[in-house]
Design a binder for this molecule. Structure first.
Ligand SMILES: *[C@@H]1O[C@H](CO)[C@@H](O)[C@H](O)[C@H]1NC(C)=O
Ligand SMILES: *[C@@H]1O[C@H](CO)[C@@H](O)[C@H](O)[C@H]1NC(C)=O
Ligand SMILES: *[C@@H]1O[C@H](CO)[C@@H](O)[C@H](O)[C@H]1NC(C)=O
Ligand SMILES: *[C@@H]1O[C@H](CO)[C@@H](O)[C@H](O)[C@H]1NC(C)=O
Length: 423
């Protein structure tokens, strides 16, 4: 028997790792969705966000949303969502949501590395081939070919395949990857120069020996964080990447393009050649939550933090791939509540930066519109729980531990889940 105190620390450690996280994503017509609360919901087009018309999605076959590093990835060509790591009891399952038919299916897989799920930005879906690339920190890069899946699962298991080990050391790396123009960029790799990212070239299936430096007046730090691509309205491979480092110094937009046939060619780039391999900046997110996740349409960036609060930044990138300065993050008048093990409260809110806010839609009165977990079980669901990432995060000004009573309550709430994961 463990002495009570020791048991308490074990439980505390569990609360730091067992805390489900919500996510947001768009369909290919750029309606916004939020997943992982007591229900998954469609929030609609950006014209409705001031007063979202909330429609619950099918619950049949939805993920249990117990993963701590779940990722919600849009397959734009297939108008489908792939949820990686949505079930903490089996991280190798991929949940597939067909936006058009509002239906879920589960893709089983075989041969997954044992260390899947390193971070919320460790898997990247290659736009052109529909192959998922996942970098792990002890098994190298793995791929899973989803081209036969499109928008619903196959009955037979899909096999993960080892690709190769990275050309850079991944010791202690919280993988922060996304794609532009058939290259996967790894931000914040330990011991890489600030302003440079390591590269896997999809079409040649190899890791470049050296990191690529990005030009621009503001270099991104060599810090892990979250990264996503901004899809294009023409459904081409994306060219803009969003990197939010854990120091929240800025929201970085890294732009990349290469001619597939001839890497030295730059004259047919879809933007000014000085934007190739460049960095531009936007305001840092208001909610400085390292476990937040992000999604983008060609017109908006959206963040959902671990408390379920949703923020968006309108028109971050212009048609010529320059970024607009002077925009700001706005809060949606809807928040996700009632996730499976409760949301953690590990966020800090930066004071809104002095910029003029564009619309009257920013919701300070968000309580009125947000739906609560409709009378459901979720005792631990509502925001005020223990600080999950706070305890493992040296740098942010996040409020440290919440009230011990809350912590213990949450700890007890996850005992069953924690035990089932350990056994
Ligand atoms: C990656 O490196 C490990 C350890 O050196 C080795 O066992 C493994 O085979 C390598 N994987 C690939 C795909 O080359
Ligand atoms: C941009 O980065 C890629 C990847 O490292 C590289 O192959 C290409 O030559 C670079 N292009 C320019 C114009 O710097
Ligand atoms: C909303 O999306 C449309 C395209 O559907 C875009 O033209 C517009 O700029 C976006 N507006 C905002 C405020 O994000
Ligand atoms: C998070 O915790 C802080 C400090 O305990 C509290 O002021 C804040 O209201 C909490 N936020 C949420 C969304 O629960």
């Amino acid at each position: 028997m463990l002495p009570t105190l020791a048991l308490f620390s074990v439980l505390t450690a569990l609360t730091a790792t067992v805390s489900a996280v919500p996510c947001v994503q768009f369909d290919s017509s750029w309606n916004l969705y939020a997943f992982g609360g007591s229900e998954d919901v469609k929030l609609g087009a950006n014209t409705t966000w001031a007063q979202p018309q909330v429609s619950p999605l099918s619950t049949s076959g939805r993920p249990p949303w117990t993963g701590t590093n779940s990722q919600c990835i849009l397959s734009q060509t297939n108008n489908a969502l792939y949820v990686v790591g949505g079930d903490s009891s089996d991280l190798s399952k991929i949940y597939v949501y067909n936006f058009a038919s509002d239906s879920w299916s589960t893709q089983t897989t075989s041969g997954a590395p044992s260390d899947l799920g390193n971070s919320r930005s460790s898997s990247v879906l290659d736009h052109d081939t529909n192959v998922i690339y996942t970098l792990t920190t002890s098994s190298g890069l793995y791929q899973l070919d989803m081209s036969s899946v499109t928008n619903s699962a196959q009955s037979s298991a899909l096999a993960w395949e080892a690709v190769e080990n990275s050309s850079f050391s991944v010791d202690g790396y919280s993988v922060t990857a996304t794609q532009a123009a058939n290259h996967i960029f790894y931000f914040g790799v330990p011991n890489t120069a600030a302003g440079s990212a390591n590269v896997f070239v999809v079409h040649y299936a190899y890791f470049q020996p050296d990191a690529q430096a990005f030009s621009g007046s503001s270099q991104f730090p060599d810090t892990a964080g979250q990264a996503i691509s901004i899809p294009t309205s023409s459904d081409s491979v994306p060219y803009s990447m969003v990197f939010v480092p854990n120091d929240f110094s800025n929201t970085y937009i890294a732009t990349h393009w290469t001619d597939l046939g001839d890497y030295s060619k730059t004259d047919d780039a879809p933007f000014a050649t000085n934007l190739i391999n460049s960095t531009q900046t936007l305001a840092a997110p208001t909610s400085q939550d390292k476990t937040a996740s992000y999604a983008a349409s060609p017109y908006d960036l959206v963040q959902i933090d671990s408390t379920g609060a949703i923020y968006y930044y309108a028109n971050p990138v212009n048609g010529d791939y320059t970024v607009s300065s002077g925009g700001s993050w706005q809060k949606l008048s809807y928040a996700v509540t009632g996730g499976s093990t409760g949301s953690s409260n590990s966020t800090t809110s930066a004071a809104p930066s002095g910029s003029a806010s564009a619309s009257g839609s920013a919701a300070s009165g968000s309580a009125g519109a947000s739906r609560t977990a409709s009378g459901s079980t979720s005792a631990s669901a509502s925001g005020s729980a223990a600080s999950a990432s706070g305890s493992s995060s040296p740098s942010s000004g996040a409020p440290r531990g919440a009230a011990r009573g809350d912590l213990l309550g949450l700890a007890i709430g996850v005992v069953a889940l924690g035990a089932s994961m350990l056994l």
